[in-house]
Design a binder for this molecule. Structure first.
Ligand code: UGA
Length: 432
């Protein structure tokens, strides 16, 4: 079996590389020629721990290759994965499916022998029906099948999530396709991954419902954290106490800044759009979106309160600006709201992120990048721990700044609370 992956973004690249590592012959195709040229040289376009090593290993073993000739890659493969982007449409909540439909047309022009087309891109329910319709305009239905196989990879943990998935969802009603998919995933199934065969539309909806539910869980605990702050309760106790109930589960119950990234904000909006089309009111998800939008405002109000409403000329340092740790991704990071807002109010903001300088703050007045933690914190009045990088967990926090009475606002609750409480440091955190 030869696999072709269309789209070398986050999902496509990680999936393609991991499938090749399982011993499959994989070609990753993308119309971005620069990206392909770089990948051929071993230059990886995304920050993902462990990925570069796997690319090198599998290219060397000649199981993995890269091409910008998508037509040829389709013709030479039996299994084609669609892994193109589905961003939010301009001025709308809907997912922009143009890349999916362009790829479907490209596939339809290049099917000469039997192929399985597997969609991994996050798409609204019924999209695979549309892909099938586009291809069947040019190709006999007996020659191909379209399967939905959503991904559940987290940035920063993508390789581990691929190799040890909680579940593999395959949406198809065709026995032959199901058998081939099961065999493709058999190395993971034998290690304990659960393989679930559902309807195609079911698989599409499982993806959106999962992301929307996880976003709900985070917003829920963030709101409970607000109540904890008013009632002298520690949110960490609440998260542990709730999470030990197996019906609830402890994961994704960490209170913090607004959730971000390329998925939760986009997918919660897209499922609302789909529900509108089908005249269904998803009121809970609507509230989650609102709650999350409000989150950065709330945390900014707390910053203001911590600084006794005197933000002008205060030196504020952000430790970490990405939407979470182990990624260089800035998409929908809450720092993109908080930093400009503080700078606008006259604060002098410095930031340090283990993944370096961020072009997002390039034209922001009074915002500068620091090369290391020490320089970033040197004369800070307030240090905000925004992202939960390991680099910040064992800081010598008492001497971070040489300013007398400097303050730490730990938005991820990563510093040792009980120990800090006994000292003299002015320390604030989330939900306690
Ligand atoms: C998310 C899902 O977790 C993946 O399963 C899914 O495949 C992916 O979207 C996708 O649709 O492609 P990702 O966006 O990489 O993955 O990141 P997460 O680890 O889910 O974090 C998302 C946001 O939630 C981050 O801002 C993170 O800081 C926040 N979060 C997460 C919390 O605030 N608290 C938590 O307990 C967990």
């Amino acid at each position: 079996m030869k696999l072709c992956i269309i789209g070398t973004g986050y999902v496509g690249l990680v999936s393609g590389v991991c499938f090749s590592d399982l011993g499959n012959d994989v070609v990753c195709a993308d119309n971005n020629t620069d990206k392909i040229l770089n990948l051929k040289k071993g230059i990886i376009p995304i920050y993902e721990p462990g990925l570069s090593e796997l690319v090198k290993k599998n290219c060397k073993a000649k199981r993995l290759s890269f091409t910008s000739n998508i037509s040829e890659a389709i013709r030479e493969s039996n299994i084609i994965f669609l892994c193109v982007g589905t961003p939010t449409k301009k001025n709308s909540n809907a997912a922009d499916l143009s890349q999916i439909f362009i790829a479907a047309k490209e596939i339809s022009r290049n099917i000469k022998s039997s192929k399985i087309i597997i969609n991994k891109s996050t798409v609204p329910v019924t999209t695979c029906d549309q892909i099938e319709k586009i291809i069947s305009k040019k190709v006999n239905k007996k020659l191909f099948s379209v399967v939905s196989n959503p991904e559940f990879l987290r940035e920063g943990d993508a390789i581990r999530d691929f190799v040890y998935p909680d579940r593999i969802i395959v949406g198809t009603s065709e026995k032959k396709s199901n058998k081939i998919l099961r065999s493709l995933y058999s190395p993971l199934i034998s290690k304990g991954a659960k393989y679930i065969n559902t309807s195609r539309r079911g698989a599409e909806l499982i993806k959106y419902a999962s992301n929307a539910f996880l976003a709900t869980k985070i917003s829920f605990i963030n709101e409970i954290a607000n109540l904890c702050e008013k009632t002298d309760v520690n949110i960490e106790d609440v998260s542990i106490g709730m999470g030990l109930d197996k019906r609830i589960g402890g994961r994704f119950l960490r209170a913090g800044p607004a959730y971000g990234g390329s998925c939760f904000p986009k997918d919660t909006r897209a499922i609302i759009d789909t529900a509108n089309k089908f005249k269904t009111d998803l009121s809970i998800i609507k509230s989650v979106i609102k709650s999350n939008q409000n989150r950065s405002k709330l945390l900014l109000q707390r910053v203001s309160k911590i600084l006794k409403n005197k933000i002008k000329n205060k030196k504020i340092t952000f430790l970490g600006v990405t939407f979470k740790a182990n990624t260089n991704d800035m998409r929908e990071s809450s720092s993109l709201t908080m930093i400009p807002s503080l700078a606008k109010k006259g604060a002098i903001v410095k930031y340090y992120d283990p993944t370096g300088y961020k072009k997002e703050f390039e034209y922001q007045k009074n915002v500068t990048n620091s090369p290391n933690i020490k320089e970033a914190c040197l004369d800070a009045d307030l240090i905000i721990i925004h992202t939960e990088w390991n680099d910040f967990k064992s800081l010598n926090y008492n001497n971070l700044s040489n300013k007398k009475n400097f303050i730490i606002y730990d938005m991820r609750n990563i510093l040792p609370y009980d120990k800090i409480k006994k000292g003299k440091l002015k320390y604030f955190s989330i939900g306690r």
